[in-house]
Design a protein around this ligand. Structure first.
Ligand SMILES: [Mg+2]
Length: 191
């Protein structure tokens, strides 16, 4: 089974970075309700976000769930699983993304990390995963159009994707999604 994972707001918690961007701009934090942050946020906040993104702040982004590195490592040890991380960050920096994953305790290799030019749904169509997990409305809509099996992570921090809930399967977090989809159970690592 080949499974691909988005990183931001699926594995990593973006909120501290957003808080920092607002703090630096001297503006009270506001939830991200629209996928296009340039439409809803002050330009200083957007610039701060880009600056933080390109800095080592990336390495300070916590995982959303402290159990996720263990679960992903367990899946990666299985011979019947191929695990890939596919992100579409504005600044293409696969080495940093790889280091971020390793720093978070996710024992992937560099060739499991995709952060490259091009539409993520096109990249996913070429990878042909059995399932992809994502929160981005643009990526999800692209996957639906291109027949890439996709499951949405949708919760109170991802207000920007709630309008898609009627169109595909969704779970509030990755751990629940992996359990409910039968991809991971604590017993599966004993095989
Ligand atoms: Mg994301």
């Amino acid at each position: 089974m080949k499974i691909t994972f988005d990183l931001d707001d699926v594995i990593f918690n973006m909120k501290p970075l957003f808080h920092e961007a607002f703090n630096k701009a001297g503006i009270p934090y506001k939830k991200n309700t629209n996928w296009n942050i340039a439409e809803i946020y002050d330009e200083n906040v957007c610039q701060n976000l880009i600056d933080l993104w390109s800095s080592d702040a990336l390495y300070r982004m916590p995982v959303l769930d402290p159990g996720i590195p263990y679960i992903l490592n367990s899946l990666m040890k299985r011979s019947d699983m191929e695990i890939l991380f596919v992100t579409e960050r504005r600044l293409k920096q696969p080495e940093k993304t790889f280091m971020q994953l390793r720093n978070a305790g996710i024992n992937c290799s560099y060739n499991q990390v995709y952060d490259q030019e091009g539409l993520k749904s096109d990249i996913l169509r070429d990878i042909r995963p059995d399932v992809h997990f994502d929160d981005s409305p643009l990526v999800i809509q692209g996957c639906l159009l291109k027949d890439v099996p996709v499951i949405m992570i949708s919760n109170n921090s991802t207000l920007y994707n709630h309008y898609l809930r009627g169109q595909l399967k969704h779970y509030t977090n990755l751990r629940t999604a992996l359990f409910k989809e039968g991809i991971y159970s604590p017993n599966s690592i004993k095989r």
